[in-house]
Write a protein that binds this ligand. Structure first.
Ligand code: SAH
Ligand code: SF4
Ligand code: F3S
Length: 456
């Protein structure tokens, strides 16, 4: 029997791409491809790309440039571009980079094995359709390999919101929610393969709607799965933060106390220019309700700084909103005009002004993050042990509030939820110590914690 062919896959962009890459690995696995982490060993290289900002798109071309030499040395090597750059640029990618053999959009990667067969015959293949069929119906089930302790599950894709800066509605298509029964079956399967935490993914995950299922109802049903201890969801739009979903944060203990709810700007004028379809006061009202129902919930957000028309006074309102809310962490970006989006033609703010504002915002946000992390020090909390750390004898886990925790311990089994004392706050992580069965601090209790997963 000939040796299995090797697939090297590189993932850029959001968690949805991480999930998609896993499914592509499964699809190619069924066609006899094994993954490799050594690019020079690969027979097929796939770049699963992101188009969200100019830098993200250009990164793909510089990576492709570097692959030229490899392709020259190994003419049978196949190179594919998948994901959002593939969707946005299609055949243009092959014109610009002739070493590319195939281009596959996010909605057609279930056809990847067929496409690869064609490229093996020397053809160039481009497929960026939005097909009528559901790709998930055609993808093989996950392989029998263990799942990550903390797994992703895509439940909704696409976006109908059309924020004026954003490419996602064009690269991912319309909002589509997968049927609840299929999601529940996939979640069960992930748990059977070792997942303890599931993050539900969608570009607008809280707009999930299929038959009479809402996100809140879906989370309620998922919470009944034995062995699934933690549920999260991302990314949400403020407009779709319904009362039943807010209530779920109080009612469903497996739903973790953190929420990523991007606001983008603290100025109504800019929110309007961005076509965000909500005002600042709507956002703060939602946050107030959430904090009443789940005190101590860790909030995070995305911000765009230097959007066309942003005055110093608009930016001051963004800073004020951050001061008011106090984010556990947040991502912030300077505005990047994207081809084909409504804001692309608008007069831009000077680059130096954008960067200066970004630095001010990032300073504030990083102080808030430090404060939030510091508030964990000295407390003992349930930490989900996820994987081996980079250093020998180190394990990495996660708090309910989404912090990574580094532990000096080599004997802990992945998938356990253990009481860990937080001893130090580092830049983006916490350092923890496990002392056996020490009791947890109140008021938070992870309900799985009292259960079978603790070795006593
Ligand atoms: N669906 C999510 C986020 C998608 S993109 C939502 O609605 O919030 C992730 C983040 O990238 C966005 O929240 C935004 O802050 C940022 N982003 C998107 N387009 C951008 C652009 N053109 N320039 C700079 N940042 C951008
Ligand atoms: Fe982009 Fe706006 Fe849709 Fe989020 S809601 S994906 S920012 S268009
Ligand atoms: Fe990027 Fe596409 Fe995700 S543009 S952020 S990979 S949806």
């Amino acid at each position: 029997m000939s040796a299995a062919k090797k697939l090297f896959i590189k993932t850029y962009g959001c968690q949805m791409n991480v999930y998609d890459s896993e499914r592509m690995v499964d699809a190619m696995g069924a066609s006899g491809y094994e993954t490799t982490t050594d690019v020079s060993d690969a027979d097929l290289i796939l770049l699963n790309t992101c188009h969200i900002r100019e830098k993200a798109g250009e990164k793909v071309y510089s990576d492709l440039g570097r692959l030229r030499k490899l392709k020259k040395a190994k003419p049978d090597l196949l190179i594919g571009v998948a994901g959002c750059v593939a969707q946005a640029e299609g055949a243009e990618i092959i014109r610009r980079m002739p070493i590319v053999d195939l281009v596959v959009g996010p909605q057609t990667y279930h056809r990847l094995p067929d496409m690869v067969r064609k490229t093996e015959l020397g053809l160039k293949v481009v497929d960026t359709e939005f097909p009528a069929e559901d790709k998930f119906d055609f993808l093989p089930r996950h392989a029998k390999t263990p799942a990550s302790v903390s797994a992703f599950l895509t439940i909704q894709e696409g976006c109908d919101k059309f924020c004026s800066f954003c490419v996602v509605p064009y690269t991912r298509g319309q909002e589509v929610s997968r049927p609840a029964a299929k999601i529940l079956a996939e979640a069960q399967e992930l748990v059977d393969r070792g997942a303890v935490e599931i993050s539900l993914l969608g570009q607008n995950v809280n707009a999930y709607a299929n038959d009479n299922w809402s996100l809140a109802k879906l989370i309620g049903a998922l919470a009944k799965i034995d062995g699934l201890a933690r549920i999260r969801y991302t990314t949400s739009h403020p407009k779709d933060m319904s009362d039943d979903l807010i209530a779920a944060h109080g009612d469903i203990e497996k739903l973790m106390p953190s929420l990523h709810l991007p606001v983008q700007s603290g100025s109504d004028r800019i929110l309007k220019a961005m076509n965000r379809q909500h005002r600042v006061a709507d956002y703060t009202r939602t946050i107030e309700k959430l904090c009443r129902i789940k005190p101590g919930i860790a909030l995070s957000s995305d911000f765009i700084v230097g959007f066309p028309g942003e005055e110093e006074s608009d930016f001051a309102q963004t800073m004020a909103l951050c001061e008011e809310i106090g984010f556990a962490m947040a991502y912030s970006f300077v505005y990047s005009p994207r081809p084909g989006t409504p804001a692309a033609g608008r007069e831009e703010i000077e680059a130096s002004v954008k960067t200066e504002r970004l630095h001010r915002l990032q300073q504030l946000l990083s102080n808030q993050q430090m404060q939030f992390q510091q508030s964990m020090v000295g407390k003992t909390m349930p930490v989900l042990i996820e994987k081996q750390g980079r250093e020998p004898g180190q394990m990495v886990g996660k708090t309910p509030w989404l912090h990574s925790v580094h532990l000096v311990a080599s004997e802990l089994t992945k998938g356990q939820i253990l009481p860990v004392e937080i001893v130090r706050s580092d830049k983006n992580t916490l350092a923890g110590e496990y002392h056996g069965t020490k009791r947890l601090d109140k008021p938070y209790s992870d309900n799985s914690f009292a259960g079978k997963q603790i070795p006593l």
